[in-house]
Design a protein around this ligand. Sequence first.
Ligand code: CTP
Length: 405
Amino acid sequence: MNQRLSAPLSIVVGITGGIAAFKAVSVVRAFVREGHNVQVVATDAALRFVGRPTLEAMSRNVVHSDLYEGVAEVRHVAIGQAADLIVIAPATANTIAKLAAGIADDLLGNTVLASTAPVVVAPAMHTEMWLNPATQANVATLRARGVTIVGPDSGQLTGDDSGPGRLSEPDAIVAAALAAVSLTAKRPRDLAGKRVLVTAGGTREAIDPVRFIGNRSSGRQGVAIALAAAARGADVTLIAANLEIAAPATVTVVPVTSAFELQDAAQAAAPDADVIVMAAAVADYRPRLVADAKIKKEQQGDELTIELVKNPDILKSLTEVRTPGQIIIGFGAETETDPDALLELARAKAKRKGTDFLVVNRVSWSEGFATEDNEVVIVTDTGDIVMKAAGSKASVANSILDLVG
Ligand code: CTP
């Protein structure tokens, strides 16, 4: 992949079938004006909305659409292999579903699968289709794989309706796409040869075969760290506690449910790890007794008391036996609103846990969990602030990994 930003990039602009395809012309033109080489890969449906001659004039290249064209040059993979960046605008719900499933029944699907370049997807569709759980799940899968999703904007749609679903403005798509390349280019494979162990998600402590005590951690930040570490060349093991999102395909996943299972998996993997990132939200307490059968209201009456006992502190157990040179990063989610008091909590936690770095973020009913963005402060074992990072969980993940790269 081309790592030199000053040099022209080889950019694939994928166009799929929607009215917004006409805006793709401006995206193509902006990239060409900035000196990049643009190859348009259009689906058949896209060419019903925007003419091939327009796209060829703007891109100054032949438009590719047929899987069986240029077979002698193995074009179905060649375009993807040569790309520094793939931008799909507009991306229909159908294309997003196909990308999430890795389907390659057209030239665009083949191109994406054959590429290691950053992929930027700008969805455009009717609000109902955008909000449909299938589309939302597919978008979440793409995000978890490191795909940058731009938009959609909210506004007037093709018919009389309005709402989220409008293709983002071409300038915004171009800016996000170039930022995605620079993020990748600035961070080479600096973790190659390193073994990174990441825990993510939230543990569940069984009450009976049906119920558990859990927490609101979705696993997004931990998964983003695992994904970014793998992209930077690390051999990554992800201990996944009840993730709400798909685990990346680029890492070894060890699924766990409870704190005890997480402890067993972490202690088994830790001795081989160069870096340990404990992003999982581990339940501090578990029910003393787990009922063998479902607890029934008739037998309990109006009140039910569940006695809880403390779980082991897994992070502390790992720092106490850290191998020479091993770097251990802990997390702290706090509801404290005063920044100074939050920092003091972080410092105390770093000391108590024996971490090399402690990443602290504020959480509340509406912050921190199941969101796409995060804002963190990172303190060292001596309590010094080494970094403040804010932005998407992917960019925060990369900032955290900069500490060990
Ligand atoms: N952690 C752990 N084992 C536990 C609890 C937490 O390994 N039983 C880890 C988490 O993965 C996280 C860090 O410790 O990296 C901080 O978790 P947190 O729950 O914030 O810390 P606590 O020790 O529980 O502190 P407090 O209850 O005072 O917030």
